[in-house]
Design a binder for this molecule. Sequence first.
Ligand SMILES: Cc1cc2nc3c(=O)[nH]c(=O)nc-3n(C[C@H](O)[C@H](O)[C@H](O)COP(=O)(O)OP(=O)(O)OC[C@H]3O[C@@H](n4cnc5c(N)ncnc54)[C@H](O)[C@@H]3O)c2cc1C
Length: 513
Amino acid sequence: MTATKQPRTGSANHVDVVIVGAGISGVGSAYHLQQQCPDKSYVILEMKDTFGGTWETHKYPGVRSDSDLYTFGYRFKPWVGTPIASAKEILKYMGEVIDENGIAPHIRYGHRITGCSWSSKDNLWTVEATRVSDKSIVMFTCSFLWMCQGYYDHEKPYIPDWPGMDKYKGRLIHAQLWDPKIDYTDKRVLVIGSGATAATVIPAFAEKAAHVTMLQRSPTYFFCSENKNELADRLRQIGIDEPTIHRVVRAQIMYDQDMMTRRCKAEPDVVFEELKALIRHYAGQDFQFEPHFTPRYRVWQQRLAFCPEGDVFKAAAAGKLSVFIDNLQTSTEKGVRTASGEEIEADIVVAATGFRLSVMGDIPFAVDGKRVNWHDTVTYRGMMFTGVPNLLWVFGYFRASWTLRVDMLGDFVCNLLKHMDETGAKRVEVALRDEDGGMQLLPWIEADNFNPGYLMRGLDQLPRRGDKAEWRHNQDYWAERVEIPETDLDGAEFLYDGGRSGGSRKVQKIQVA
Ligand SMILES: Cc1cc2nc3c(=O)[nH]c(=O)nc-3n(C[C@H](O)[C@H](O)[C@H](O)COP(=O)(O)OP(=O)(O)OC[C@H]3O[C@@H](n4cnc5c(N)ncnc54)[C@H](O)[C@@H]3O)c2cc1C
């Protein structure tokens, strides 16, 4: 625990479950808990003064999803808008979920969690929250901690340190900290970075700015398409109800994505040619892909940037966008200078340079008085961690919609809690089994599977994985949709009240290199 010198507000509040964070994961998890375990009491602790998480934090021009809302939306609430949605539309959808299900009274806004400690004597978590309004400490106890705090720091984004930043006389801002009051009309805007954020802000800036320049270290793959789903539109036209449309269109999109992922691995060159054909449809047949739009990594190793209506390429074809592939060397008074000596002048420099990883919300954790170092733990399917009882982290998918895993893990946690109630168990943790002895421990995620910068920069803070399905975080929705619902909760990897259901109490020691 950290801020123990601050005033406290009486004795600890006790609930069965504390959900950390009121983003799309926390709200979805609360829904599942209410539906599937109606007798459990719970509270959502959220440091901001409103819900939404990612969709509330980001306010840059054009902020929108890059996956479709049929699958990014929850399985239980039909999405009725265009597939790609603005942050405003996503917040409205989340607000409806909160209202329709009476979730609001369970949310404590303005509560930043500043410490979590587990006691095996009491089989309880004690959660220390600092109330943002008056810095007072509010204590909670709970039997289960459902970590829905996301994966990045909402307050401090990642800006690489480059020389001469203080020389620049214009405005330098990270996209995550963008203030909607900034007027970029007729201004020269330089966007540093080329990922999904850059793909979103560039066409939005291009509408009003004098000119937009993108400085990228390496190019990104883009998928251009109309922002509509023909199957959904057709089903609506013939009078099919929205819940059915939601179910069918989700199935269609997931099938198509599965095919696309397989093809990206099996025939990456063919897929790239198809992606280029889609771009030409919007930018013209003469559009030049070399060198600015020819990535160096395999398609799908990082998120494929979605480009609704080919907006980035329309801006490029209209001469409103210039692109440089180069390393930023230094800021100058008027903009930046690249490694090859080019000076790019700009009135506003927008760093779309990514996130700062935040493992478990940067909250200090302790188990029976001993500080948890997450890198010393081994992950069970990217959701539970050896040596840390009664806790689950909702870490969604990157290649498929994040929220698919929110629904899936909602079922998992509720099944686990019901199983514990049925058997009278108070404590569950995961532990390596006899057959896992000597298993090599590896970084959280394989670099050739998925390698965004913020994860690669933070591998030493993240839990480790093994090389067996149970101990991996495979980011494979299509495998997990079969494996996770079929989990044998009496399997040898689960310890209840310190012992195995099957009788064997032998636990493999974890070898941390
Ligand atoms: C700009 C952007 C666009 C994205 N687009 C997509 C997309 O189209 N599709 C997709 O699948 N994924 C997308 N992602 C990934 C996205 O982050 C997830 O899809 C999803 O929104 C994450 O939701 P979450 O609730 O798990 O976490 P978050 O949205 O990060 O919410 C976590 C919440 O926890 C709170 N919190 C954190 N620490 C504490 C603490 N110590 N105490 C109290 N509260 C705390 C935060 O304030 C926040 O409200 C996008 C990400 C970004 C940044």
